[in-house]
Design a protein around this ligand. Sequence first.
Ligand SMILES: *[C@@H]1O[C@H](CO)[C@@H](O)[C@H](O)[C@H]1NC(C)=O
Ligand SMILES: *[C@@H]1O[C@H](CO)[C@@H](O)[C@H](O)[C@H]1NC(C)=O
Length: 756
Amino acid sequence: MDFFHSFIGSFAKLFLKYLRSCVAELVSCVGWNTAEELYSCSDDHQIVKWNLLTSETSQIVKLPDDIYPIDLHWFPKSLGIKKQTQAESFVLTSSDGKFHLISKLGRVEKSVEAHCGAVLAGRWNYEGTALVTVGEDGQIKIWSKTGMLRSTLAQQGTPVYSVAWGPDSEKVLYTAGKQLIIKPLQPNAKVLQWKAHDGIILKVDWNSVNDLILSAGEDCKYKVWDSYGRPLYSSQPHEHPITSVAWAPDGELFAVGSFHTLRLCDKTGWSYALEKPNTGSIFNITWSIDGTQIAGACGNGHVVFAHVVEQRWEWKDFQVTLTKRRTMQVRNVLNDAVDLLEFRDRVIKASLNYAHLVVSTSLQCYVFSTKNWNTPLIFDLKEGTVSLILQAERHFLLVDGGGIYLYSYDGRFLSSPKFPGMRTDILNAQTVSLSNDTIAIKDKADEKIIFLFEASTGKPLGDGKLLSHKNEILEIALDQKGLTNDRKIAFIDKNRDLCITSVKRFGKEEQIIKLGTMVHTLAWSDTCNILCGLQDTRFTVWYYPNTVYVDRDILPKTLYERDASEFSKNPHIVSFVGNQVTIRRADGSLIHISISPYPAILHEYVSSSKWEDAVRLCRFVKEQTMWACLAAMAVANRDMTTAEIAYAAIGEIDKVQYINSIKNLPSKESKMAHILMFSGNIQEAEMVLLQAGLVYQAIQININLYNWERYVSLSEQGCSAYMHLKLLCYKAGMLTFPGELVREKRSCLVWTLKYK
Ligand SMILES: *[C@@H]1O[C@H](CO)[C@@H](O)[C@H](O)[C@H]1NC(C)=O
Ligand SMILES: *[C@@H]1O[C@H](CO)[C@@H](O)[C@H](O)[C@H]1NC(C)=O
C-alpha cells in the first residue's frame, strides 16, 4: 500500500462471515445490482434476486428450458448520472451459443447467436459501449451496446474460459489453455502472450485501479501479475483447482474460490482469511460495488454471501477495528479504554490519521476526533459509495464515482477539483495525494502527468501548468510540513526512480530531481519533511531531501540506510507517523522500525530559525548525517555562519574555504550573489550582480558554468550556457570571446555549479 497510510487501513486480521446460503440446482453465476441486491442464475433456469437488507429472495423469471445460464454481467451504471444507484440490465451468456440482454425485471430484450458451443463469458467494458464474449469455439468477439457484432478480435484452437477488460477498455485479457493473452482492440497493435500456469487457466480478472491481473488454474494455483505479464505472486498449489478469482473494486483485496474453499487475499497475494464452507466448488465470485461484500456461485446449488470484517486502522495509541458491519471498536492501547462506535448503515471506508477518524457508510460521513468518541460530526454524502478517504492535518478528501470532495474536519465542504477526462473510479492512495495546501492527482489518460490543485479552492495551481515527467509515474506523495511555497512532491516512476520536485511551477520550470533508484514504496513523515522508502534490498531515509536543491554532493551524507533484505519480496510502507515507520512484508506481517528522533528535532529548530540550538543538538548527537543535514538546511536558509560550522564538522574543507572567501568579498551584492550561487541559484546570483552593474563578475559565474559545460559538452544546456556567456561578454564590451578565460580555473567555484 503506500504512503501515509493508516488511512487505507492496516488490516491485521480479516474474516469472511457467512450470512446465508440457499439451495437450488447448480448456481452458475451471480451479479450485484446494487450494494444490497444480487441476482443469481442456476441450472434450473431461474433468475433469483436476493435482497440482503430485507433478507427476501424472489424469482425474477424462469428462462426457457433450453437456456442454461453460464455467465451474468450487469451493464455499468451510467457514469455521470448521479443518484442512479441501480443498474438497469445485464447480459447473460448461455450454453446454446447465445447471449441475452435482460432487463432487471427479467424481460429478455434480445437474444443473439454468438458462438458455436457455449458462450463461456461475457463482459461489458467500463463505459458500457462494448461487450466482449468468449466461447468454447475459441473465439473472442466484440459487440456493440445493442448486441451488433463489431469484430472477431481473435480466434484460437482452444475454448476461452475467461475474459477481462483492461482499465482503459482498450485491451482485452483472455485465457488460451495455459497461456494468458492481452490483445488491444486496435488492429495490428502488439499482442502480449505468456505462459501463466501449468494447467488450463479457468479464470482471470483485471483491476482498473491497481492495473493488476489475477489468474487461476487447474494447476491449483492463483497468481498476481502486472499488466506487462510480470509475475508478482504465485500461491502454493491447493488441493483442488482454483475455480474463481475476483478483485474488490478498489483493488486492495481479492477473493479466491475453490472446492469447499473461500479465501480473502491482499493485493500482494498473501491471505487474510480462509474459510471452508460446505459449498462444493465456488465457480464465480463477485464483489458488491462498495467492496464490502462478496457472493459466490456454488456447485452444490448454494449462493454464499460473505462480508469483510475485522479490518483495522491504527494511529499512535489508537486501534480501531470494524467488528461488525455497523460497529467499530476503538481501543486506546495506553489505558486499554474501549469505545464502541455504532453506525446507522454499513461501514464502507474509514481512515484514521491526524487525530481524526473519518468513516463513510453507504449514506453518510462520520468524523470523530480522537479526543472525543461520543459526538461525531455527521453529514450526508452526495453519492453512495466512497472509494477512497485521504487525510491531511487540516482537512480530508472523499472520492466517489462522481468526484473528489474536500471537507474540513468540522464537516464544511471546501472544494472539488476537476480536470478534463477525470475518472475518479480508478483513483487510489498511490495516485492522489493531499497536504494542507495542495491536492495532487496522477492522470490516467497520460500517466506522465500530475495535476496540481490549490486545496482550499480546488483551482489548478500555476495557471494549470502541469507537472510532466519523462516517464510514466506510478506513485505520488506530497510532503506535509513547511511553507506552502516550498511544498514538494515525491514520486516513483516506471523505472523505479524516486524523484522530487516543487509543486509551485511558476516562472522558471522547477527541475525534477532524482533522489534514488530502485524505489518500490515511499512515505513522508507526518511530523516533518523526512522521506523514507524501500530501495531494492535497503530501507532508506532521506532526512532532508531538499539537500538536492542546495548541495547535491552531500546528499549521500544526509541519508540513513539499513539492510531490508529480511523483509523479503514486495514489502510496503504502511505508515510513517512520528519516528515510526510501519512496513508490511509480503507475508502480511507488520514490522515497525523506529528511526532516530534527532533529525525531526533538527527540522523543528531550523523551521523556527533556532540555529544555535541546532548546532548544539548536532554536537550532542555527534553524527555525520545530522551535520550534513544542518549544512544543507543552513545553506537553504542562507545562514552561512551555521553552514560553515556544519561543513567543517563533516570535513568539507573546500566549502568552508569558499564560505570564508565569500565573507571577504568587498560588496554586499557580490556576497549575496555568491551565497546564492552556493545554494545553486545561479540565475538569481547573476541577476543580483547585473543589477549592481557587476557584469564582469557575472561573466565569471558563467565561466564556471562553462567549465561545467565542458563536462557535458554537447548537452543542450551546455550550449545555451555558452551562448549566454558570449552575450554577456559583448555586453561587457569584450568583442571577442575570451577563450583564455574559459581555460582559467577557479577550482573553489567549480563545485558550486549545481546545474544538471
Ligand atoms: C461461472 O461458473 C460456471 C460453472 O457453473 C462456468 O461455466 C462459467 O464459466 C463461470 N462464469 C465465468 C464468467 O467464468
Ligand atoms: C496544517 O493545518 C493545521 C490545521 O489547520 C495546522 O495546525 C498546521 O500547522 C498546518 N501545517 C502546516 C505545515 O501548514
